[in-house]
Design a protein around this ligand. Structure first.
Ligand SMILES: [Fe+2]
Length: 285
């Protein structure tokens, strides 16, 4: 069975959320959902989640899995809001524990947070398979951008997170904690060893050159044309990555995003006045 994929692009963060399913009335997974967040007011909203919920209702889909490709730094995960509304299990790769340990050291989250991955309903091992109705998914660990990066392969579709962007967008930055360009290149080679016609769905598109947003490409296209990979040996890839990373600013939402995403999309617990707070660490990011 060839999986069907519905993709929703969030212009505010450049995130693409993917809904993978077997057709009307089947089970589905939602990969990399978005909780909208307005950073000047510290206000969340469900506009992006509403779009996902509407599609699930229109297609009579049952939400089985709410999947994260990694702890994102550029948007807040909508995983828990989506789970509240549609059910499903929230899952990520088991290496999330390393990311949690790192950010717990920076954000000092208190006794309600244990860096053991227990905030997620399931932690995937490398090579683990999971059922999605009649479809079968497989998890490939693809670290390098972050230590917890995974790719979900469902039939002929691979959901690669930030490991690869569209060919004209290149590959993910490697200057976040635990990032490693040599490791990222090995992960890319792992993805690009899938059959050449494999459909690749990326998690972000920043519309280079002002073109329309895109999110679907193939292994063959990436091999031939990815601007940060094609034609480069390992040394050239790493040099290009280092040079580019030195020019990049931190993502606008990195500080709120990692605090929520390391908690599987939960906001920090309310304080005694009933209000939830995010922290701003000084001189640590
Ligand atoms: Fe990312």
């Amino acid at each position: 069975m060839v999986p069907l994929v519905e993709s929703l692009h969030d212009r505010a963060t450049g995130t693409v959320s993917h809904i993978v399913h077997g057709g009307r009335g089947t089970d589905c997974a939602v990969i990399d959902s978005v909780l909208d967040y307005e950073p000047r007011a510290g206000r969340t909203s469900d506009h992006s989640i509403d779009r996902v919920v509407q599609f699930l209702a229109d297609q009579a889909l049952s939400l089985t899995w709410i999947l994260e490709t990694h702890v994102h730094a550029d948007h807040l995960s909508g995983a828990q809001r989506l789970k509240e509304r549609c059910g499903g299990r929230v899952a990520i790769g088991a290496e999330v524990v390393e990311v949690q340990r790192h950010f717990a050291g920076i954000f000092n989250p208190g006794a309600d947070f244990v860096a053991d991955g227990g905030q997620f309903d399931h932690l995937f091992a490398d090579g683990e398979r999971f059922a999605l109705g009649e479809l079968v998914g497989e998890v490939l660990f693809t670290p390098g951008h972050t230590p917890d990066g995974v790719t979900y392969v469902v039939g002929d579709a691979a959901f690669v997170g930030d490991t690869l962007f569209m060919p004209d967008g290149g590959v993910a930055r490697c200057d976040f904690p635990g990032g490693d360009p040599a490791e990222l290149r090995r992960s890319i080679e792992r993805i690009l060893s899938l059959p050449p016609e494999t459909r690749i769905f990326v998690c972000h598109d920043y519309m280079p050159g002002g073109r329309a947003p895109g999110w679907e490409t193939t292994v063959a296209e990436q091999r031939a044309a990815n601007i940060h990979y094609a034609g480069l040996d390992a040394e050239g890839f790493i040099a290009k990555r280092h040079a580019r990373d030195q020019t990049l600013e931190p993502p606008l939402l990195i500080i709120p995003a990692v605090q929520v995403n390391m908690r599987a999309g939960h906001l920090p617990a309310p304080e005694t006045n009933g209000v939830r707070y995010l922290k701003m660490p000084i001189d640590r990011m």
